[in-house]
Write a protein that binds this ligand. Structure first.
Ligand SMILES: Cc1cc2nc3c(=O)[nH]c(=O)nc-3n(C[C@H](O)[C@H](O)[C@H](O)COP(=O)(O)OP(=O)(O)OC[C@H]3O[C@@H](n4cnc5c(N)ncnc54)[C@H](O)[C@@H]3O)c2cc1C
Length: 233
């Protein structure tokens, strides 16, 4: 079996190492994985190089490139300590999730800003009493009935607390998991939402860790209003 990169992939790797090295030199604290180094400017540079949404379908605005190409680029950037954290969740997790489970309207609304590197996202899943056991989560999203009641939902009101929310202090959007049916079995009755981090009622408290970094955060939701069309799917 041949483990060496093809000449094209080696050239891509060399280019990414050079880009990553230059970016890391501008950082006060170098990225040591994919969580610490935040830079909106570098996200936009990644976008200009076509390195965000690299593997996404072309008809969704992505690059249509292979997983191996993306791997080669990000392995090099991370090895050099480039600040990839700002775009990490959106590029790797949120975009693909929206493409698989969201509506086309939701893709049209949120994917372009991810691909252009101009929006930062966090994931609101873990809670103080719901870590490995995600099904124990208590953050609630209660439906606000429309004027006619029934299924005519005007939106949702979210209350609860998340923890270990990486990058929440810099995020524009939170991909939130909340309980929408308290009568269902613990692993059922959960729904996913896109929440605007500038919405009234959201408080972010960064957690200073032993290394001096503060990418982990606590996020508190107090009567946060979420529009009906922010329910994913
Ligand atoms: C680098 C990093 C980034 C993260 N970023 C995010 C983020 O952005 N958003 C987010 O929502 N969460 C994030 N998390 C949290 C993560 O997703 C997990 O939910 C969390 O780390 C696990 O929960 P806990 O720390 O409360 O541990 P616990 O669930 O309390 O587990 C503690 C220990 O008990 C063990 N254990 C648990 N249950 C059992 C069982 N039933 N039987 C045997 N052993 C068990 C576990 O294996 C573990 O060793 C992040 C975590 C890390 C490490």
């Amino acid at each position: 079996m041949e483990f060496r990169l093809s000449p094209e992939l080696q050239a891509l790797s060399d280019e990414a190492h050079a880009v990553g090295r230059r970016a890391a030199e501008r950082q006060e604290i170098r990225e040591d994985s994919w969580l610490i180094g935040t830079s909106l400017e570098f996200s936009e540079e990644l976008a200009q190089r076509g390195w965000l949404g690299m593997t996404w379908p072309v008809d969704q605005g992505g690059g249509g490139r292979t997983a191996l190409e993306r791997f080669v680029v990000f392995e090099a950037l991370i090895a050099e300590g480039a600040p990839v954290a700002t775009s990490w969740f959106a590029d790797r997790q949120i975009g693909p999730t929206l493409m698989q489970f969201g509506t086309q309207q939701q893709c049209d609304r949120w994917l372009p800003d991810i691909i252009s590197g101009t929006s930062a996202w966090c994931i609101g899943m873990s809670e103080p009493a719901a870590g490995s056991d995600v099904a124990a989560l208590q953050t609630s999203a209660v439906s606000v009935p429309g004027p006619q009641g029934g299924t005519n939902n005007r939106g949702w009101v979210v209350n609860g607390q998340k923890v270990w929310t990486s990058g929440a202090a810099h995020a524009d959007w939170c991909y939130l998991i909340a309980r929408t049916d308290p009568t269902a079995a613990p692993h059922a009755g959960l729904s996913e939402f896109v929440v605007d981090m500038s919405a009234p009622g959201i408080e972010v408290r960064p957690i200073l860790d032993a290394t001096g970094n503060a990418h982990f955060c606590e996020v508190f939701f107090s009567d946060v209003e979420v529009p009906a069309d922010h329910l994913v799917g």
